[in-house]
Design a protein around this ligand. Structure first.
Ligand SMILES: [Zn+2]
Length: 393
């Protein structure tokens, strides 16, 4: 997600809740019982909540990570649990019909559903805009899947329909998003929530989206969003949808410790919009000019340990003063590795795709994993990286 020019990581469960789970070092991975439905009653902030879902992680202290039938992840601390039991009914994620029903229950006032092959677009703006989003996302979905397939990475079909919420205006978007985004809500035009598994946005052609007239047809919407200045806005919408696909097609697992230079680098790699093409997506893997320029500026004063700090942990992404450069370097490094070390890159992505939720690696482990794919000599790789990026136009 983005804060103005700067991006921060996709919205996550409050960290204290997750940390409480992680501190119980020995997380048990559930095998048999994952097939059954777990019923948990809990109290949170004085409210009684009931969750039915499959256990993703069970901590030794009784803390739970549960995925409900709509794909929402619940990190539940032991003290919140009032009661729990499971039955023999196998867990089944909601299908298109059930999911639509639940969405319309959650958003009763004027919301409708636009269905595509993989998406449910839940919206209260014009149906033309919902259709435009659905078609953009399907093209992205196809392009993303084809891209990895052609490189030998076998992705899987999403477990459930992918949900995109599209609000008619910024105010109603903000009302929904502020519990997740807090004070940053007004600066963020769209986001992917790891917790709810939804992408959330508002109609960008409305008056508060920078446009001056709402799009009434797909062609008109394209026209509005292809104007100078709108390119980055559309890129955000695509960027967030890319995260959603990556986390639902087996490239990455939600709440797993995927280094941000990878998850963000991949999202940026795909974010360049291609509104002219109605079927394909010609721009995938193209040079991201915005990020390239940012990286070129950064290189002038780039610290000598820049590669190591980028690979070791996510600190630079979480520091607003350093985040812009970290995103630019993340895109550049992914671009370089995909172009010059495709086999090793694939091997590394395979390794990351096998990571399970809530198991966090120390910086040394992250570095060791990187080296296991790309070799031990980071100095040499760094030199090659900088030399290559100087040739990119
Ligand atoms: Zn992102």
């Amino acid at each position: 997600m983005r804060l103005g020019r700067i991006q921060i990581t996709e919205y996550n469960e409050p960290m204290h809740r997750i940390l409480r789970l992680i501190t119980c070092v020995f997380v048990t991975l559930i095998s048999n019982s994952a097939l059954a439905i777990e019923h948990v009653s809990l109290t949170r902030d004085g409210e009684s909540i009931h969750v039915d879902g499959k256990i993703v992680v069970e901590a030794v202290d009784g803390g739970l990570l549960i995925q409900d039938t709509r794909g929402v992840l619940w990190a539940i601390t032991p003290d919140e649990i009032v009661s729990r039991d499971s039955d023999a009914v196998p867990f089944a994620p909601a299908d298109e019909e059930k999911m639509s029903e639940e969405l319309l229950k959650e958003f009763p006032d004027g919301f409708r559903i636009h269905k595509t092959a993989h998406y449910l677009v839940c919206y209260n703006t014009s149906s033309a805009y919902a259709e435009w989003c659905g078609s953009l996302y399907e093209r992205l979905f196809l392009a993303f899947n084809t891209y990895w397939k052609n490189r030998g990475f076998k992705l899987s079909e999403p477990e459930m329909p992918l949900v995109a919420l599209v609000f008619g205006d910024q105010q109603s978007y903000a009302a929904y998003a502020s519990p997740e985004l807090g004070a940053s809500t007004s600066k963020i035009i769209g986001y992917y929530s790891l917790r709810s598994n939804r992408v959330v946005m508002y109609d960008l052609t409305g008056s508060d989206g920078g446009g001056d007239a709402r799009g009434s047809t797909a062609a008109h919407i394209n026209q509005l969003l292809m104007r100078p200045g709108a390119e980055r806005t559309v890129a955000t919408v695509i960027h967030e949808a890319t995260h959603q696909i990556a986390f639902n097609c087996g490239l990455q697992t939600r709440y797993a410790d995927i280094p941000l230079w990878v998850s963000e680098g991949v999202a940026i790699y795909f974010e360049t919009p291609d509104l002219r093409s109605s079927k394909g997506w010609r721009n995938i893997g193209g040079v991201n000019q915005v990020r390239l320029q940012e990286f070129s500026r950064y290189v002038r004063n780039r610290p000598s340990d820049s590669l190591v700090t980028l690979l070791s942990n996510d600190d630079r992404f979480r520091d607003p003063r350093l985040a812009g450069d970290a995103y630019a370097e993340a895109w550049s490094l992914n671009y370089f590795l995909i172009r010059k070390h495709p086999r090793e890159y694939l091997e590394y992505m395979q390794l990351l795709s096998e990571k399970r939720p809530l198991r966090y690696d120390e910086p040394e482990v992250r570095l060791a994993q990187f080296k296991s794919a790309f070799g031990d000599d980071l100095e040499k790789l760094n030199t090659e990286f900088l030399r290559y990026m100087r040739t990119v136009r």
